[in-house]
Design a protein around this ligand. Structure first.
Ligand code: HEM
Length: 416
């Protein structure tokens, strides 16, 4: 955004612009400070109200009278391609039925069963990264942050290893396409359309194969649920696979990337983690709070709702700014400080909103936490130092699923 275009704006209007501007993706936090100080609700784009503070964000996310089903129309009014019906954008009873069909695969207990396999994948990726990263800079997103969650979600679903790359490219175009259409270039819109078609073709074939030749994987189980009729339609099956694949790695890549960047910028915290690798689990939550991988969501009032004295008419929409709520000084002491002990055992701290809350609370939270904990444990015990090529590193323009486009580092291994 040029100076000319922002001339004449008030500081709050400027903060609204900067909180969505691609050239501020590396640090939207200062504009969030301005928004929070200005009030609980700030007029935003597309007749929405921005919700920058924790209190209102928490209340809205918990209240099922705020619907998520209208998001598609709000953000993608002219879309020529329907993202197939994923339960993230549905309400009960459909949401309950479809979420119920996959929820068993993501319980803490089931996910704990993936610990050994996740450890192995992390160890293999670290071996490779440490071998390459001592002589030359490596892109940590390519060497660890992408392949780990992509491998885990693909294995869980039953996507063959040779297709992982193809899945990654389709997902990236779809994740970019989650942003409002108004912010996407014609090329990005075309790439999303192409990716959704490619995704649909790829998974239709895979489902057909699994019907013929069932395996012990989630795609087979979902294909059986669909075959049994009433429980799931063919479109819902594709929509469920789409949301699991895209949400299952496009988010966690940013958690791992943001975490490594935060450790490099806060050497005292990196030292604390190395001294006590058991900090890895609470550290995962602190990093989620400190630099949220999903920065915002939308909700639309289903009936008249009053929040902090403001009356919302049915049909009015809000944009809940998770990234801002997580840095609200009214909710978190010293919110701009990374403190890996903040979520330690016995501490009474507000939950962060990075996994959302309420009906649509992230189903993959246990898996994301496990992947992050094990990445941090491996980094704590095997990496002596990371050296950044550029600070800040370049960011993708994405607004909803925010993160870097690359994270080049030199990696010095710990002496064993
Ligand atoms: C750090 C990683 C992750 C973050 C930050 C994250 C964040 C979120 C957020 C904020 C929501 C709620 C959105 C809303 O209410 O508008 C959500 C929902 C969801 N997430 Fe995640 N997610 C992560 C990892 C995963 C993983 C690993 C999976 C699956 C393998 C996953 C699958 C889903 C699904 C299916 C939903 C929709 C739940 C529903 O509508 O009931 N996520 N996630």
């Amino acid at each position: 955004m040029s100076e000319h275009q922002t001339e004449g704006l008030t500081p709050v209007q400027l903060a609204v612009v900067e909180s969505v501007a691609p050239n501020w993706r590396h640090d939207p936090y200062r504009s969030y400070d301005v928004l929070r100080a200005a009030g609980p609700f700030i007029p935003g784009p597309m007749d929405t109200q921005l919700v920058p503070r924790y209190r209102e964000a928490d209340l809205i996310m918990q209240n099922p009278d705020w619907s998520h089903a209208e998001e598609s129309e709000l953000l993608h009014p002219d879309s020529d391609v329907e993202l197939p019906g994923s339960f993230l954008w549905m309400e009960p009873p459909d949401h309950t039925r479809l979420r119920g069909l996959v929820s068993k695969a993501f319980t803490m207990r089931t996910v704990e069963g993936l610990r050994a396999r996740t450890e192995q994948v992390v160890a293999d990726l670290m071996d490779k990264m440490l071998a390459e990263g001592s002589d030359t800079e490596v892109d940590l997103l390519e060497s660890l942050a992408y392949p780990l969650p992509l491998t885990m979600v693909c294995e869980l679903l039953g996507v063959p290893a040779e297709a992982h790359d193809e899945i990654r490219h389709m997902s990236a175009a779809i994740a970019r396409g989650l942003d409002p259409d108004a912010l996407l270039s014609p090329d990005e819109l075309a790439a999303r359309t192409k990716a959704v078609h490619a995704f649909t073709d790829f998974f239709s074939d895979l489902v057909a194969q699994r019907r013929k030749d069932p395996r012990d994987d989630l795609i087979t189980r979902l294909a059986q649920a669909e075959a049994e009729g009433a429980r799931m339609t063919p479109t819902e099956l594709l929509g469920t696979l789409l949301i699991l694949v895209v949400a299952g790695h496009e988010t966690t890549v940013n958690l791992i990337g943001n975490g490594v960047l935060a450790l490099i910028r806060n050497p005292d915290q990196f030292a604390a983690l190395k001294a006590d690798p058991d900090l890895a689990a609470p550290a995962a939550d602190e990093i989620l709070r400190y630099d949220a991988p999903v920065h915002l969501t939308t909700r639309t009032a289903r009936k008249e709702i009053t929040v902090s004295g403001r009356v919302f008419a049915p049909g009015e929409s809000v944009i809940v700014l998770f990234g801002s709520a997580n840095r609200d000084p009214e909710a978190f002491a010293d919110p701009d400080r990374l403190d890996l002990t903040r979520y330690g055992a016995g501490k009474r701290v507000n939950r962060h909103l990075s996994f959302g809350l309420g009906l649509h609370y992230c189903i993959g939270a246990p898996l994301a936490r496990l992947e992050m904990e094990l990445s941090l444990r491996a980094i704590a015990s095997r990496v002596k130092e990371f050296t950044l090529r550029a600070d800040p590193p370049p960011y993708r323009p994405n607004l909803v699923v925010r993160g870097m486009s690359e994270l080049f580092v030199r990696v010095e291994a710990q002496e064993s």
